[in-house]
Design a protein around this ligand. Structure first.
Ligand code: BEZ
Length: 224
């Protein structure tokens, strides 16, 4: 872990682009949200997907929120909270969620944070360097129950994220944690994992064929 335990956001560092990486501790923060005040550290013990969206009342963002809200039960089943963030005010968030409910029949119940000063967005690298808002990027962090960043994605404003891919990434992270296996390309929940390659020359020489010491796929009901 590159940050200290429970490292809070340091405003002095927020003028530069965040250097947060996989295996860093997610900086803690407290903010107003559509479900009341929220603290990142309140999610300790559960998974959390923290993501920024460019702006309320924009078309791609609206589709993302509808799809995420429709799959909210699937994230819940995986013990994972969702938390969104943009520079828009709490009241803009409320008005947008009301429009989504009235026009699309979907209630967004996960919290949407207001980040008017961009202090959180900058700390998390959700704001492009030199920009005054978070409109340019859709950033997503997968944070594990101990508060460590385990995966992150960054999409441009004009490409919406895939909810099935967010669920797949979450399940892959949870499955490799539980089994010690490796998730191969295009892995889907329930499919076989790979075993870590052998690190013993004796095992390499003893392997049945040239490949089987490092590409080891085992049919054990999704376990390595
Ligand atoms: C959108 O969500 O549709 C969007 C937001 C910012 C820039 C471009 C598109």
């Amino acid at each position: 872990m590159r940050n200290g335990m429970n490292a809070p956001i340091d405003p002095a560092r927020t003028e530069i682009h965040s250097g947060l990486r996989i295996a860093d501790r997610a900086p803690d923060f407290e903010a107003r949200s559509t479900i009341g005040p929220v603290k990142l550290s309140d999610y300790r013990g559960r998974w959390l997907i923290l993501f920024s969206h460019p702006a309320d009342f924009t078309p791609v963002c609206t589709t993302e929120f509808i799809e995420l809200a429709k799959r909210a039960d699937d994230f819940e089943r995986l013990d994972c909270g969702l938390m969104a963030l943009s520079v828009d005010s709490l009241f803009a968030h409320f008005a947008w969620l009301r429009m989504i409910r009235d026009q699309f029949g979907v209630e967004v119940r996960f919290p949407i944070i207001e980040d008017p000063t961009l202090v959180i967005g900058r700390a998390y690298g959700m704001v492009a360097p030199g920009d005054n808002d978070s409109a340019a990027v859709r950033t997503t962090y997968f944070i594990d129950p101990s508060g460590v960043i385990r995966a992150m994605t960054s999409y441009p404003a004009n490409v919406g994220r895939s909810t099935p891919e967010m669920l797949r990434t979450l399940e892959a992270l949870q499955t490799i944690d539980a089994t010690g296996g490796l998730a191969p390309a295009n892995w889907s929940p329930g499919e076989d994992l790979l075993k870590a390659p052998s690190n013993s020359l004796d095992e390499v020489y003893a392997a049945e064929d040239e490949m089987s010491w490092f590409l080891r796929r085992e049919d054990q009901g999704g376990k390595p």
